[in-house]
Design a protein around this ligand. Structure first.
Ligand SMILES: [Zn+2]
Length: 242
């Protein structure tokens, strides 16, 4: 990756890359040893400079505070490894098979992942990661749904149209106009009270769509210390905004 500037953080050398891209919001992320700052095409030079500085300072501060943490945001799955998602443990089993595409199935506590036999290296890791995320998401979806139902029945009583788990790099959760709630896969690895906060946040959106004062008051009525949960989310990932 072609970085033009470098910064030393706790003895580790990071390159910095500023990219103009077709997107609506600016954001920064850590990718390997590179801090990537992406700024929308349309933003004027002065605002872009200020935004880049702000994002850069925020990410450096977070890395200084906890240099190892961001590594957890890139979930990798290896053969023989166990992974604890949403309180449920899975043993990862990876096999190669003669086929064009991979597959995944959960059998008891095992997550059986099959990848095409001619696949290796980066391509293999990508397929394994995608299949693991799919398999784990499907397996824990009933647990997640049960939690959503409990919180909805206790505080909201909204009509919900389903739950999805995705691997968004941008948001922890969302609620569609039809009340489909989407949660980030990485939440399955967060403390339960943090996941509860995101669920309550999205459930509040079934009543109030905007992030108005009234909205945050409604969140606080259910989770008085919600700011602590937001802080956890902010500090735990530079890929995702809370
Ligand atoms: Zn929201």
């Amino acid at each position: 990756m072609d970085c033009t500037k470098f910064v030393d953080i706790n003895g580790r050398n990071f390159g910095i890359r500023l990219i103009r891209a077709k997107l609506s919001n600016a954001y920064a992320k850590v990718d390997g040893n590179c801090i990537i700052i992406k700024i929308p095409h349309g933003m004027d030079t002065a605002t872009a400079g200020k935004t880049a500085d702000l994002l850069y300072n925020r990410i450096v501060k977070a890395l200084q505070k906890n240099p190892g943490r961001y590594l957890e945001t890139k979930l990798e799955f290896r053969d023989g490894q166990t992974t604890l998602a949403c309180g449920r443990e899975f043993l990862i089993n990876i096999e190669h098979k003669k086929a064009k595409s991979g597959s995944v199935k959960v059998s008891g506590n095992s997550l059986m992942i099959k990848v095409p036999h001619d696949m290796e290296g980066h391509a293999e890791r990508e397929v394994v990661s995608r299949l693991a995320i799919k398999g784990i998401s499907n397996a824990v979806l009933p647990l997640v749904n049960a939690r959503i139902t409990t919180l909805n029945n206790a505080y909201f009583d909204s009509v919900l149209r389903g739950t999805r788990i995705n691997n968004s790099k941008r948001v922890w959760g969302s609620c569609s106009p039809e009340n489909v709630i989407t949660l980030n896969f990485k939440l399955l690895y967060s403390p339960p009270d943090v996941m509860d906060y995101v669920i309550v946040h999205e459930l509040c959106h079934t009543k109030i769509r905007s992030h108005s004062k009234r909205f945050w008051k409604a969140v606080a009525d259910v989770i008085p210390d919600y700011k602590e949960k937001k802080k956890w989310l902010r500090e735990s990932s530079y890929l995702i905004k809370s």
